[in-house]
Design a protein around this ligand. Structure first.
Ligand SMILES: NC(=O)c1ccc[n+]([C@@H]2O[C@H](COP(=O)([O-])OP(=O)(O)OC[C@H]3O[C@@H](n4cnc5c(N)ncnc54)[C@H](O)[C@@H]3O)[C@@H](O)[C@H]2O)c1
Length: 383
């Protein structure tokens, strides 16, 4: 048994997602645990080079986390044949161009979502990767959330009977930034900088619905901007040109209706920041990020509508928690490990750029549906 090295170029890791989830909690965590175990028993150890625009920032990040290699020169990093994987978590707008550059340099590519702002670009880059024969992947982190894994477990066991509907509630109050600092980057609220709830979240809802419930067939969406002005990281007022909420309904295979509300302008009074409620003929379940509660047909209470009397039933008490039954690792890290195995030993991997393009497709259709105020079918992609 020995160790193998894999050189990874990481771009956009001074940002929120890149630094916390990808660099620290995934790749460096894999390095610090000794590597990823391969089929032949070897340990695959990431050797990272981090790339950023600001030398001081990137050097400081490298120093803080014991990363030996950093640079501001992406082209030089891509030219190094010893680094075979390129990862991007920088701005969505730059992503297709960066991925193309990396593919042309012969790198395997992995990236944050969305792949791009437009479907045309997403399809083009997915085709380009396929043609070049490089391994490629896109983050689909929600699928490895314990709550969603439990929902999938219930579905696969037949718990729901026939699934009828799904109700998703996502979001929380993102402060405007005037009297209270905002907790998300300001670009998210500017269309011209790649922001927008539909573009941000419908690509997640695509793979969640496709994989945990059933394939998405049609969409009707209303994208709105509830809060028209916000204050940025420097405390300067700006016009919020992007949608900060999306109220969407989806038709799924099997006549299932899914409604998902996504909002940065809602105050939370539910189990978690995202909840998915599935109703089926034989049972229902509600999942948050970690927990999942189920109610089987035989445990279903029988409420009677009576507006003259204060409610005496506590509906939350009629649900049973689905046990963990295993230890769940960080979803981003789980996906990194799968992707690295896919690169070096052709391990199983489903979340290619083609799947990423499906997410961008749903977002694009969501915007079109909202603008034209009508339902749209989701056609199959030809990549
Ligand atoms: N999977 C998820 O749940 C999830 C959640 C949030 C964001 N994201 C995605 O991650 C990406 C980054 O989002 P974030 O919230 O971390 O944003 P962020 O603003 O915190 O980080 C953006 C990063 O990109 C870099 N960057 C921006 N413009 C650049 C340029 N011109 N040249 C070089 N680098 C540049 C910044 O320096 C920073 O490192 C986006 O594509 C977003 O859609 C995914």
């Amino acid at each position: 048994m020995s160790t193998q090295r894999i050189g990874i170029i990481m771009h956009g890791v001074t940002g929120r997602m890149g630094m916390n989830q990808h660099l620290i909690r995934s790749v460096l965590a894999i390095r610090d645990q000794g590597g990823v175990r391969l089929k032949n028993g070897d340990l695959l150890v990431p050797d990272v080079i981090i790339v950023g625009r600001n030398e001081q920032k990137i050097a400081e990040l490298a120093r803080r986390h014991g990363v030996e290699r950093y640079t501001t020169d992406l082209d030089a990093a891509l030219a190094n044949k010893d680094d075979t994987v390129f990862f991007d978590a920088a701005s969505t707008q730059m992503r297709p161009g960066l991925l193309k550059k990396a593919i042309d340099a012969g790198k395997h590519v992995y990236s944050e979502k969305p792949v791009s702002e437009s479907l045309a670009e997403a399809v083009e880059i997915a085709r380009h990767a396929k043609k070049a024969g490089v391994k490629n992947g896109i983050v689909h982190d929600k699928l490895d959330l314990p709550g969603l894994l439990k929902l999938k477990r219930l579905r696969d066991s037949g718990f729901f009977g026939k699934i009828l509907s799904v109700r998703g509630e996502f979001g929380y109050w993102v402060f405007e930034g005037d009297w209270m600092e905002a907790q998300r980057p300001s670009w998210n609220y500017r269309k011209q900088d790649g922001g927008g709830m539909v573009s941000d979240m419908l690509c997640h809802w695509r793979y969640v619905l496709d994989n945990v419930v059933a394939p998405v067939k049609a969409v009707s969406c209303n994208a709105v901007t509830h809060i028209p002005e916000r204050w940025d990281e420097k405390g300067e007022r700006y016009e919020a040109t992007a949608d900060d909420a999306a109220y969407a309904t989806f038709e799924l295979e099997g006549d299932i209706i899914a409604q998902i509300n996504s909002s940065w302008a809602t105050r939370v009074r539910r189990d978690d920041l995202v909840t998915f409620h599935i109703d089926g003929t034989h049972g229902s379940a509600v999942a948050g990020l970690h927990t999942c509660y189920s109610q089987a047909r035989v445990n279903t209470p029988k409420p009677v509508w009576n507006p003259d009397q204060k409610q005496t039933m506590n509906f939350f008490e009629d649900w049973v928690e689905v046990p963990d039954n295993k230890v769940f690792d960080n979803g981003f890290k789980v996906q990194w490990e799968q992707f690295l195995r896919h690169v070096v030993e052709d391990g199983p991997w489903s979340y290619t750029l083609e799947e990423g393009a499906k997410g961008v497709q749903l977002a694009e259709l969501g915007y079109q549906s909202s603008e034209e105020r009508r339902w749209l079918d989701v056609p199959a992609l030809d990549i």
